[in-house]
Design a protein around this ligand. Structure first.
Ligand code: BDP
Length: 322
């Protein structure tokens, strides 16, 4: 045994018990301070720190890395918690892809009803063995297309547009069915890519369109409402399984309280963001015939079910929850 090994072994033996005893939890969040999700996470952290022996810290603004990386880090317990959109969760936990199917929910109320009830349990059961425990579901409104070229009124208006999507092949297929070209890209890179013309547009809800400044460089926002994707406040399975029952109850209660706060703040922020982008000159247009977009999505469902036939029952469970 050389000195380095001896030294390494000594450090590991000394540090490991300390790390376990401290119960410091680090959390990932992509949004800036003051965003509804960030404020709700601040509340979660404060409540858990006040009611348990845990010591949580949340890092806003994506400073701990991109979302796909952060999901992996929570799965590996390199981070203990995070606030994740189910879009980038799909490539890692296939069942969650159902939540990224275009027009799967008829509206946000349908999404709440499904996720807060038995349907939410289907996803929790699929996620836990993969290293992630969802404790509460946050709102992310509905996503629509925006771009720098023209208002989108009909599917034909999407033809030829280069659009950024979140990291999931389902979204690439979704844009392809409309005749556009999709590029999966990290959230943090979108502003610059829009500005330099690497892409023509992207898709998101009003609060993210506004908070990122994308409205400054892609001024046509067209209300297609094609995706309603829930987000989770998630804890790593390893960290979760380490807790006693009383602590689990306290953490879960704090997560659910934070989700209530998030949903309230979300509703307010949607309106504020819409006013802000319109005041800044962005052109927001309603889409009269959303069914035309929905019809174009039939092959997305067919392709998805062809490779995931067992997901038909999950889709039915969602539809039944409406
Ligand atoms: C926002 C989500 C965030 C995503 C982002 C995106 O809240 O989790 O990372 O969209 O488009 O609405 O990447």
């Amino acid at each position: 045994m050389n000195m380095r090994t001896v030294f390494g072994a000594t450090i590991a033996t000394v540090l490991l018990p300390l790390a376990v005893a401290a119960q410091d939890w680090r959390g990932w969040n992509i949004h800036p301070e003051g965003y509804p999700n960030s404020a709700a996470l601040d509340q979660f952290v404060a409540e858990v720190n006040a009611t348990t022996d845990l010591n949580l810290q949340i890092f806003h603004g994506g400073v701990l890395g991109s979302q796909p990386d952060a999901i992996e880090q929570v799965r590996n317990n390199a981070l203990e918690f995070g606030q994740f959109n189910m879009g980038p969760m799909g490539p890692i936990i296939p069942t969650t892809n159902v939540l990224s199917l275009p027009f799967i929910f008829s509206g946000v109320d349908h999404m709440h009803k499904a996720m807060d009830g038995d349907v939410g349990e289907i996803f929790a059961a699929a996620m836990e063995p993969e290293g992630i425990v969802p404790l509460a579901w946050y709102d992310a409104g509905s996503r629509s297309f925006y771009n720098s070229k023209r208002p989108i009124m009909t599917p034909a208006d999407v033809e030829g547009l280069k659009l950024r999507v979140m990291n999931n092949d389902l979204f690439v297929d979704m844009v392809a069915q409309l005749g556009g070209n999709a590029t999966p890209m990290a959230f943090a890179e979108v502003y610059q890519s829009l500005k330099t013309g690497v892409i023509d547009g992207a898709e998101n809800n009003y609060p993210s369109y506004e908070s990122t400044g994308h409205f400054e460089v892609a001024g046509f926002y067209s209300v297609t409402d094609h995706l309603i994707i829930p987000e989770c406040l998630c804890v790593s399975s390893a960290a979760w399984n380490n807790l006693d029952d009383a602590t689990k109850d306290a953490v879960r209660a704090a997560a659910q309280n934070s989700a209530q706060t998030q949903r309230q703040l979300w509703a307010e922020r949607e309106e504020e963001s819409l006013s802000k982008v319109e005041a800044a000159g962005a052109k927001v247009n309603e889409v009269e015939n959303k069914v035309a977009f929905q019809e174009k999505m039939a092959p997305v469902y067919e392709n998805f079910l062809a490779s995931n036939p067992d997901m038909a029952s999950v889709i039915e469970a969602i539809q039944a929850a409406n």
